[in-house]
Design a protein around this ligand. Structure first.
Ligand code: HAM
Length: 407
């Protein structure tokens, strides 16, 4: 027996139906805000991802050499591909460009609950605008999508410029080390590291900033930094729209391309892998040969949202099985086609079963049976039976369709 690759899943129909419903909600919300769907290739040149993050990221990716000797990778995320596409195809489009995507990503991670090697993201990218309003809109769309998806989550918002002011005269390697500790919420090791490199002077402001939970506290530590007005303006839009969030200046984000506002969302009941969304403001276009272009966006971990929703319920729409005899078989096929034309999911016997066999299959897969015996055929009627309640009624095909479409 060949089993599926580690860290991947087979997704069966009951689960897929729930996923498609949730996906439709997300697409519809993005559409209402003016975002349009984009599809990019499943694999890209490896440089697209290493150009910003360095060769170190190769360990976390599915990379391969194609038959032409080119280094390729299965996309670990979709922001870089979308920005590559923007540079290749979208530069002349009116700004801002508003795109969304739903697609699978591949990361060579150690699989555990909620962490897969193939997983799906729903994301949006807002390209070519740099304002408090743009940052706020990203959070408004994200919040609306997650609320409409029916999950309860908590939102944390920060801004990388805050930490940048505290760490401004450190080398970029030292900044990166501190960011890695902060990404894991590890203040103790960040402080120990600062002590090791002889920067005890920064430990207190860093600790104060990490613990700050209001803009008053933040700007009491940092003073009137140039980004202050923009940050206050974004939070005032969110407050006005009654968005619930916590300010967290320690959010560092794992990916290397963020420049300003950053945010993360966490859902209940998911265990350790509870981050359902991550995003923020970033610049990538100039690295791919385009102009330096401000952008912001987010990606939702679709699989985690589905676990947080906790539903695997099959579709509740009526499903009908048409039961016939040898003599009424052709009439059954015609009746089934009429039912399908009316949008009703309808199946017929395909393996020559007798009445009992058809009935027992129908009991397993359908909500209703439509029985057409010889007598009914002669009268121009059929019997519609509700398999749950056991109630049945003789009626015309037209009446059955009217009844079923109203269910
Ligand atoms: P990210 O935080 O790496 O950001 O991923 C976004 C979301 O994808 C995570 O919050 C998580 O829910 C989900 N996710 C990540 N890895 C896995 C995994 N192995 N298994 C299941 N779910 C996972 C990005 O990817 C950025 N491109 C987001 C972005 C868009 N920033 C700006 N625009």
């Amino acid at each position: 027996m060949i089993s599926r690759p580690r860290g991947t899943r087979d997704i069966l129909p009951d689960e897929i139906e729930g996923r498609r419903e949730t996906e439709a909600i997300m697409r519809e919300t993005a559409r209402r805000y003016g975002y349009r769907e984009i599809v990019t290739p499943t694999f890209e040149e490896q440089d697209l991802f290493t150009i910003r993050s360095g060769e170190g990221i190769i360990d976390e990716m599915y990379t391969f050499e194609d038959k032409g000797g080119r280094k390729m990778t299965l996309r670990p995320e979709i922001t870089a591909p979308v920005l590559r596409c923007f540079v290749n195809e979208g530069r002349s489009l009116p700004k801002p460009v508003k795109w969304y995507y739903v697609a699978d990503c591949f990361r060579y991670e150690r699989p555990q609950k909620g962490r897969y090697r193939q997983f799906w993201q729903f994301g949006i990218e807002l390209i070519g605008v740099d304002s408090a309003m743009a940052d706020a809109e990203i959070i408004l769309v994200a919040d609306e999508i997650l609320q409409e998806s029916g999950i309860s989550y908590t939102l944390q918002i920060g801004d990388l410029s805050l930490m940048r002011h505290v760490l401004q005269d450190l080398s970029s390697a030292d900044k990166k080390t501190i960011r890695t500790f902060l990404d894991k919420r590890d203040i103790a090791n960040a402080s120990a590291f600062l002590s090791d490199i002889g920067r005890n002077d920064i430990i207190q402001p860093l600790t104060d900033l990490v613990l700050a939970r209001s803009t008053d506290e933040i700007f009491a530590i940092l003073g009137d930094i140039p980004e202050k007005e923009r940050i206050l303006s974004m939070f005032s839009i969110l407050d006005d729209q009654k968005i619930r969030y916590t300010i967290n200046p320690a959010i560092a984000r794992g990916l290397d391309y963020y420049t300003g506002m950053v945010f993360e969302g966490f859902a209940e009941g998911l265990g350790a892998e509870n981050q359902v969304i991550g995003g923020g403001a970033y610049r990538l276009a100039h690295l791919f040969g385009g102009q330096d272009t401000p952008s912001c966006g987010f990606a939702i971990g679709f699989d985690r949202v589905m676990v947080a929703r906790g539903d695997k319920k099959p579709s509740s729409r009526p499903r009908v099985f048409v039961i016939t005899t040898k003599e009424t078989q052709l009439l059954g096929i015609t009746a089934a086609r009429h039912l399908r034309e009316a949008g009703i999911c309808t199946e017929t016997d395909l393996s020559g079963k007798g009445f009992g066999g058809q009935m027992s299959l129908a009991a397993k897969i359908a909500g209703y049976v439509l029985i057409i015996g010889k007598q009914e055929m002669e009268k121009g009627t059929m019997i519609l039976k509700d398999l749950q309640s056991g109630e049945q009624q003789e009626m015309t095909l037209h009446a059955a369709i009217v009844y079923l479409t109203s269910q």
